[in-house]
Structures are given as structure tokens and as C-alpha cells.
Design a protein around this ligand. Structure first.
Ligand SMILES: *[C@@H]1O[C@H](CO)[C@@H](O)[C@H](O)[C@H]1NC(C)=O
Ligand SMILES: *[C@@H]1O[C@H](CO)[C@@H](O)[C@H](O)[C@H]1NC(C)=O
Ligand SMILES: *[C@@H]1O[C@H](CO)[C@@H](O)[C@H](O)[C@H]1NC(C)=O
Length: 342
């Protein structure tokens, strides 16, 4: 992608950054906020796992007030920023920090995880979406205990915002790693997308039956445009994109289907896009920062921090549009600010 294109995409984000600084803090717009997904939103759940997919070392967190925490970026993740936009003073604690206060929400996200259980196994342990949902049931039980009433807990959980950002690894750490996973021999890209969407639909129903009503799901970004993918696939990178797009295309119909079949369900689809360029030098084939390496100096000018993950400025732009849509196609049927008011 030409630099001018990158700039064209980045400029609205830079503008949004200015707007967000004027944002006034108060009570959060919803009482609680739960996060599911992959490394785009992991905030430390992989730190204690036996895996290569961790970010609890420098230069990760170089701009984050608490330093490196396991977030795969220089500062805040998309869901950190959405949390701030929703008015939460503190970041939502990762599930792995068992001692923390859970009543305002929990972050279950795990790097390299996906919709499919086996996704990411070549990098070691991870918490697949199915297990994240089981972990959430533990939280629901704990909240029920704290409130001493199942119906009070149910009413409370219906007011929360739930964000799910997953599916990327089912492509880049499964379908497109044919040496380890047979999926690309068993399924055409369309069959794989169909199966993935069916499985995701069931998982989102599980989330609904655990009490969630206001759920925002993010499409898989233009993962083919990330620096790591361009490096791995060369001129073939667009086939990764095209395959992932087949899955993303199914998500708005999926959201509409869930909303029409599940009483009180308010699912919404966030339409993601991707940009290019990395700030830190990356480890070949892993795409993560070289430990201890020097990151670029002007991090507001870079879209990608490492080979996969956006910097704070881009996360702020994505989060800003997910929260307050700029185009009607950004979120359907609701952006997150509206979801909060429903
Ligand atoms: C990092 O995030 C904090 C908010 O937690 C923000 O005030 C700061 O400007 C960000 N810094 C960079 C370099 O992105
Ligand atoms: C690109 O695709 C062609 C045809 O499928 C294949 O021969 C070639 O090895 C691929 N290149 C890379 C870098 O994956
Ligand atoms: C998502 O955004 C892209 C680019 O802006 C647009 O072409 C596409 O139609 C949108 N998808 C949906 C489901 O609105």
C-alpha cells in the first residue's frame, strides 16, 4: 500500500484522537463490560501459559502507564479504548488475574486463539473461544454469589456490553498453515468460512444464554494487508484476504439472524479494515517484536506496532468508529454508544 493511501486512512484516526481528548468522564454508560477474543485484545491472559504468543516484555507497553502487561501493542488495545469511551475509569482485568474485582467485567481474550479449538496450537497453549465462554460461566456464578440472587445477576448481566474480536487466527494460524493443519485440504475457502460462521453462531448463542444481550462482534480485518502476512505470502497475500472476507461477509447476516431469533438480543457487527507498516522489528514467522528491540520513535505515525497489531492511534480510530459510527456501514444495526443506551 502506498504511503499516501496509508496517510489517507490514518488522517481520520488522528482527527478522532483530538476529539476523544475532549471526552468527559462520569459514571460508565453501562455497569459492566466483558471482552472475548484473540491477541488484538488480550491484556495478559497468555502471560502464564506455555506459549510463544506472549507480549509481557519490552518494547510492548512502551507507552502504557503500567508498562508491559501482555497487551500486544505499545499502549491501549481497541477494547481498552472502547472501555474508556464507555466511561470506565479502570481497565477491565484479565481473567488470569483471579483476585481482581470482577463486577465491572472481565477480559477473557487469549493470543493465537480462535473460533476453532485447535487454532494456534503450533505456538503452544492458548484459551480458545469455547474455553473463554466456559470461563465466563465461572464469572456469572461468582456474580450471582456476590448479588445473592440469580434474577438480580441476570438483570445486571443484560445491561453489560460484550465485545468479541476473533476469527483472525482461524485463518493465519490454521487455514493458511497447511504444514500443521489439514483444513485447507478438507475445505474450500467458502466451506471453511461457512463452517466457521456456523460454529461462531453457536458460540454467540452460548454467550446469549449466559445472559449477554448487548454484543458487538468485529469482522476479521484485512489481515492479508498486515506486514506479517505480506512477508509470509508475498504476492499471494490477497488470497488470505479474500478467504477471510468470505467469513466477514457472513457476519452481518449472522447478527441479523441472532437478533430476529433470540428474544431481547442486540448483537451488532463492527466492520473492520486494516492498514500496513510495523513500528518494532519483528521475529520472522512469528510477527511479534524482537525482545528488547528499539521501537520507532514517532509511534503516532505507525499503523502497526508489530507484524499483526495496531498501535494506539489506530486502535483509537477503530474503537472510535465502533463506538460512534462515522458511516452507516461501520456498525449494524447499532454502534456501541447506541447499544449502551438501548
Ligand atoms: C497512551 O495511553 C494514554 C491513556 O491511557 C494516553 O494518555 C497517552 O497519550 C497514550 N500515549 C501514546 C504515545 O499513545
Ligand atoms: C503463490 O502461489 C503460487 C501458486 O499457488 C505458488 O506456487 C507460490 O509458491 C506461492 N508463493 C508464496 C510466496 O506463497
Ligand atoms: C464494510 O465496509 C466496506 C468498506 O467501507 C464496505 O465496502 C462494505 O460494504 C461494508 N460491509 C458492510 C456489511 O456494511
Amino acid at each position: 500500500m502506498a504511503f499516501n493511501d496509508t496517510l489517507r486512512i490514518l488522517l481520520p484516526f488522528l482527527f478522532l484522537t483530538q476529539c476523544l481528548q475532549n471526552f468527559v468522564r462520569g459514571e460508565p454508560q453501562v455497569p459492566c463490560y466483558f471482552i472475548f477474543g484473540d491477541s488484538l485484545v488480550d491484556s495478559g491472559n497468555n502471560n502464564q501459559l506455555n506459549t510463544q504468543a506472549k507480549a509481557n516484555y519490552l518494547p510492548y507497553g512502551v507507552d502504557f502507564p503500567e508498562g508491559f502487561t501482555g497487551r500486544f501493542t505499545n499502549n491501549r488495545t481497541i477494547t481498552d479504548i472502547i472501555g474508556q469511551l464507555l466511561g470506565f475509569e479502570d481497565f477491565i482485568p484479565p481473567f488470569a488475574n483471579k483476585m481482581e474485582d470482577i463486577i465491572r467485567g472481565v477480559n477473557y481474550a487469549s493470543a493465537v486463539s480462535g473460533i476453532r479449538d485447535e487454532t494456534g496450537k503450533q505456538q503452544g497453549d492458548r484459551i480458545p473461544l469455547n474455553e473463554q465462554l466456559r470461563n465466563h460461566l465461572i464469572t456469572v456464578l461468582r456474580i450471582t454469589k456476590i448479588m445473592k440472587s440469580a434474577s438480580a445477576a441476570r438483570q445486571y448481566l443484560q445491561k453489560c456490553i460484550y465485545v468479541v474480536i476473533t476469527g483472525n487466527n482461524d485463518y493465519i494460524n490454521n487455514y493458511f498453515v497447511p504444514d500443521i493443519y489439514p483444513t485447507s485440504r478438507l475445505y474450500t475457502p467458502q466451506q471453511f468460512a461457512d463452517g466457521l460462521a456456523r460454529q461462531y453462531s453457536n458460540q454467540l448463542k452460548d454467550l446469549y444464554f449466559s445472559g449477554a444481550r448487548k454484543v458487538a462482534i468485529f469482522g476479521v480485518g484485512l489481515i492479508g494487508l498486515t506486514p506479517e502476512i505480506i512477508g509470509r505470502f508475498g504476492a499471494n497475500y490477497s488470497m488470505v484476504n479474500d478467504a477471510a472476507q468470505l467469513f466477514s461477509n457472513k457476519l452481518l447476516p449472522l447478527v441479523n439472524d441472532l437478533n430476529s431469533h433470540l428474544t431481547g438480543a442486540k448483537f451488532t457487527y463492527i466492520n473492520t479494515t486494516g492498514i500496513t507498516d510495523t513500528c518494532c522489528p519483528v521475529v520472522q514467522d512469528l510477527g511479534t517484536c524482537v525482545p528488547g528491540s528499539t521501537p520507532c520513535t514517532d509511534r503516532t505515525q505507525y499503523a502497526y506496532f508489530d507484524g499483526f497489531h495496531p498501535t494506539d492511534v489506530v486502535n483509537e480510530g477503530f474503537a472510535g468508529r465502533a463506538y460512534n459510527e462515522k458511516l452507516p456501514s461501520d456498525a449494524s444495526p447499532y454502534d456501541i454508544s447506541r447499544l449502551a443506551r438501548l
